[in-house]
Design a protein around this ligand. Structure first.
Ligand code: 2HA
Ligand code: ZN
Length: 274
């Protein structure tokens, strides 16, 4: 029995492989973090090493003090997570102020947590608060069709949410709150982390213009499913706009959306309905 036999670590690795298989993680693109449950930390603790130095993050999430996160490594490839987890992923502990991490397992050979750790961390902080502690997963990927839409749709939550809701009937049920949109910003730092986490107070997914998508959720199935559903809807939108040369002959109406919401017992974000 090693740490790679621990169920949560196996599920985390499987999600990385699934994202790679979807084509969302060219080279070192994308990153995944998971806020571990106390019992999962205890299952992994026998395999922890002498902790590394505390490293300040430039952002603070006081409600995440003392938490442990599984994280992909900066510059690491999703393609390599399954064959070489020790160098590709790791576990970090957060200090008692919620502003620094230290490595307790993995990220061998001097690797560090993902370059987007500040964004993940701030998103965890606001999603934990918004969901009464339910949210555990933050997932960033580079799905091509979502990115393509950021070149042709206005960069507003309303425009993206309406386009996606109307591109596949299940969408309003899967993300009734809609999706946020972050304008183009330099990735990897505190500024984009704060801008994204402002949106994540309201949405469980946020598009990064000309870059990718952030999704959050309570577990791997729901979070992967959200990424998959949004990207599939974006693909349909791109196909329909391309095939029709920009002309849409018919679509799902706002009354249709309201009817879906009623039938499935979800509350749609009214700001996005006409
Ligand atoms: O990890 O996706 O946003 C590489 C990235 C940066
Ligand atoms: Zn990225």
């Amino acid at each position: 029995m090693g740490i790679l036999d621990v169920e949560i670590v196996k599920k985390y690795i499987r999600m990385c492989t699934d994202g790679w298989d979807q084509g969302w993680h060219e080279r070192n693109g994308g990153n995944l973090t998971y806020r571990m449950k106390a019992e999962e930390v205890e299952e992994c603790r026998p395999f922890f090493r002498e902790p590394g130095e505390w490293v300040n993050m430039g952002v603070t999430g006081a409600n995440l003090a003392g938490e442990y996160f599984l994280t992909t490594g900066s510059g690491k490839y999703f393609r390599n997570v399954e064959p070489d987890p020790e160098h590709s992923i790791g576990i970090v502990e957060i200090n008692d102020k919620g502003d620094a991490w230290r490595i307790v397992w993995g990220l061998e050979g001097g690797a560090k947590p993902t370059s987007e750790f500040p964004s993940h961390f701030m998103n965890h902080s606001v999603r934990v608060a918004a969901t009464n502690g339910e949210c555990r997963v933050i997932y960033h990927a580079h799905p091509a069709n979502v990115i393509a839409l950021t070149y042709v749709l206005p960069l507003t939550a309303r425009d993206f949410t309406r386009a996606l809701w109307k591109s596949a009937t299940e969408c309003p049920v899967v993300f009734p709150g809609g999706v946020g949109v972050v304008p183009w910003m330099v990735p990897g730092g505190a500024d984009i982390a704060l801008a994204t986490s402002e949106l994540m107070k309201e949405y469980d997914a946020a598009v990064w213009a000309h870059h990718g998508l952030f999704c959050s959720g309570p577990d791997f199935d729901i979070t992967f499913g959200l990424m998959h559903t949004i990207e599939k809807a974006a693909q349909i939108c791109v196909l329909a706009l391309s095939a029709g040369q920009g002309n849409i002959r018919q679509t799902i109406s706002d009354d249709n959306l309201r009817a879906i919401a009623k039938e499935f017992g979800v509350t749609l974000n009214e700001n996005f309905l006409d």
